[in-house]
Design a protein around this ligand. Structure first.
Ligand SMILES: Nc1nc2c(c(=O)[nH]1)N[C@H]1C(S)=C(S)[C@@H](COP(=O)(O)O)O[C@H]1N2
Ligand SMILES: [Mo]
Length: 332
């Protein structure tokens, strides 16, 4: 989300890096089973990766059992190879192809996710519990990044509400705070402020309790029928489809019920640009760009990227009642 303007003298260097990164990404996607990805580069000779390490194993995903969404036929999904190779996950680098390149060795099993704070029955889930404690369902949602691109993703998961209900929240619980894994050994972006885009790790996010309990709010453990790839936030991440993508925090280890509004990572970094609510809103521009439209990442071709109008609440108007009487310019 930070705009980089390279000096003329470094442009040739960054072009070389981009090309190597592109080849590396193509190799990883190929080794994940997307053989078709090679066709994109048919005119470019294979070359050694800038990052080396070409023989390293890629992160393994597994098939999930879930109830399929009935909306599938009606919605044009973003192709899987796009969803898993164009990512924001600053713990693995700030470039769009950094996560797929740098997260392949990420260890997610064992995992511990705790739900704690203002609850009668706090508990912890281990890796297997993430897939077994709650029935899994497919939810096809639009994901709108604050940077004005979007995708349509077939997530698999369960409502955050079912997890929170199980913990029996106290009536004093007004907000829910989320925290991503903190592990600089595995996450290169956490080793320095520069590598991680200035964020003070661990990445933290938050919702009001009524937003958290809304049936659309999902804890996702998979996409396209399988467990999440590392770069998409394995083993478990939040998906709040009516808010900008940065609210959908990845690789969560802690969920805490609290009576105070929790601090959030992007708001800490630039409060004038990223609010706590971050509801998708075509009428409130980012200070540095318009939010009236977005680039929908769709077809597999490099140039099949369409500009479409952005809708209020990303088209999920059923959440409007949550914000009745609030000035959404002030609470952006
Ligand atoms: N921990 C963590 N969660 C994160 C981010 C991040 O950098 N770190 N990026 C956010 C942003 S800006 C977006 S748009 C979405 C992207 O999700 P995707 O890569 O699965 O499309 O993840 C969000 N969750
Ligand atoms: Mo984003």
């Amino acid at each position: 989300m930070l705009i980089k303007t390279p000096k003329a003298s470094v442009i040739s260097e960054s072009q070389v890096t981009d090309e190597s990164a592109y080849n590396r990404r193509r190799d990883i996607i190929k080794s994940m089973g997307f053989v078709g990805a090679s066709a994109l580069l048919s005119s470019t000779p294979a070359r050694a990766s800038f990052f080396g390490n070409d023989d390293a194993e890629t992160f393994k995903t597994e098939k999930l059992n879930f109830s399929a969404s009935s909306k599938k036929a009606a919605t044009k999904l973003t192709p899987e190879e796009k969803i898993i190779s164009h990512n924001n996950f600053y713990e693995f680098g700030t470039g769009k192809s950094d996560p797929v390149e740098n997260a392949q060795q990420f260890k997610v099993n064992p995992w511990r996710l705790s739900i704690e704070g203002l609850a009668e029955k706090p508990f912890t889930l281990d890796y297997d519990d993430l897939f077994k404690q709650f029935p899994l369902e497919e939810r096809i949602y639009r994901l709108r990044c604050v940077e004005a691109w979007s995708m349509v993703v077939p997530w698999i998961g369960f409502s955050l509400a079912s997890l929170i209900k199980k913990a029996k929240p106290l009536s004093s619980a007004k907000y829910v705070a989320f925290e991503t894994l903190y592990d600089p050994e595995q996450m290169p972006g956490q080793r320095s402020r520069f590598a991680g885009g200035g964020i003070n790790y661990p990445y933290i996010e938050g919702l009001r309790i009524d937003e958290a309990m809304h049936p659309l709010t999902l804890l996702s453990v998979g996409l396209y029928g399988k467990t999440l790839p590392a770069q998409n936030g394995a083993p478990i991440r939040l998906v709040v489809p009516w808010k900008y993508g940065f609210k959908s925090i990845k690789s969560i280890t802690r969920i805490r019920l609290t009576d105070k509004r929790p601090p959030t990572s992007w708001n800490q970094l630039a409060a004038n640009e990223y609010g706590f609510y971050a509801n998708v809103n075509p009428n409130v521009d980012h200070p540095r760009w318009s939010q009236a439209s977005e680039r929908r990442i769709s077809g597999a071709g490099l140039f099949s990227r369409n500009r479409i109008d952005t809708k209020m609440f990303n088209g999920y108007e059923e959440v409007a009642a949550l914000y009745q009487g609030m000035d959404l310019r002030k609470h952006f």
